[in-house]
Design a binder for this molecule. Structure first.
Ligand code: PGA
Length: 256
């Protein structure tokens, strides 16, 4: 059984003070949740303060990005060693990073290897554009993203990876994938490819979140799908009542 995992991606929102306020509120609102993994991913500037608030709680902390080298002349970047001081998770290859900051399957692979080398739990994002979806290219495209991300990664490391399937056209748009379509894509483009790369057991061990306009009112529809193990939540993770509502509705739907 894969343990459900819901993470909030705060993107480029919240000053340190605002991030601390949200973390304090989430800590109280979600204190009784023990049947799933929870995490929030603040901006780099708020990681330290949020990690203090959430230390020894049931809510983990993740970075939104990092570079793959341990140190060096890379102005503006943070390294896995630095992320590791403040976070247990790191989001890798979010579609916004691919779209605006030139990330590719190759850089995602380098970052994934760096995260695994430093015992950070990676949340690797994959997903197709609207044009690819409408052209019927989703399975081929997402499958290729999976092959690129996992190139050269050993089976025992692969099992530690969390994936987030996020159709780009559903991110921040209020438009969600049909849960059945997301479920089928995860099976055909993700688990089948992982089975091919590794084996059935590995493919069934790796957790896959759905992402893209998840909110309290639609979380249950996704979480009950057999292949969907949680959510990566953007906009609705910025308000305590929305993120807590998502978590509680997921728990209720799973009867856990
Ligand atoms: P959204 O973002 O929930 O605002 O659509 C999801 C994400 O980008 O991870």
């Amino acid at each position: 059984m894969r343990r459900p995992f819901i993470a909030g991606n705060w993107k480029m929102h919240k000053t340190v003070a605002e991030a601390v306020d949200l973390a304090v509120a989430l800590k109280a609102a979600l204190a009784d949740v023990s049947t799933m993994d929870l995490a929030v991913c603040p901006t780099a500037t708020a990681l330290e303060a949020v990690s203090h608030v959430l230390a020894r709680t049931n809510i983990g902390v993740g970075a939104q990005n990092m570079y793959w080298e341990d140190s060096g002349a890379y102005t503006g970047e943070i390294s896995p060693l630095m992320a590791k001081e403040l976070a247990a998770y790191v989001i890798i290859g979010h579609s916004e990073r691919r779209q605006y900051f030139g990330e590719t399957d190759t850089t995602v692979n380098l970052k994934l290897k760096a995260a695994l080398r430093h015992n950070l739990t990676p949340i690797v994002c994959i997903g197709e554009s609207l044009a690819q979806n409408e052209a019927g290219e989703t399975v081929a495209f997402v499958g290729a993203q999976i092959r690129g991300a996992f190139a050269g990664i050993a089976q025992d490391d692969a099992q530690k990876v969390v994936l987030a399937y996020e159709p780009i056209w559903a991110i921040g748009t209020g438009r969600t994938a049909m849960p059945e379509d997301a479920d089928r894509t995860i099976r055909e483009a993700i688990r089948n490819v992982l089975c091919d790369l590794y084996d059935q057991a590995t493919a069934e061990t790796i957790r896959v979140q759905y992402g893209g306009s998840v909110k309290p009112s639609n979380m249950a529809d996704f979480i009950v799908m057999p292949e969907i193990d949680g959510a990566l939540v953007g906009g609705a993770s910025l308000k305590v009542e929305d993120f807590a509502g998502i978590v509680k509705n997921a728990a209720a739907a799973l009867k856990v």
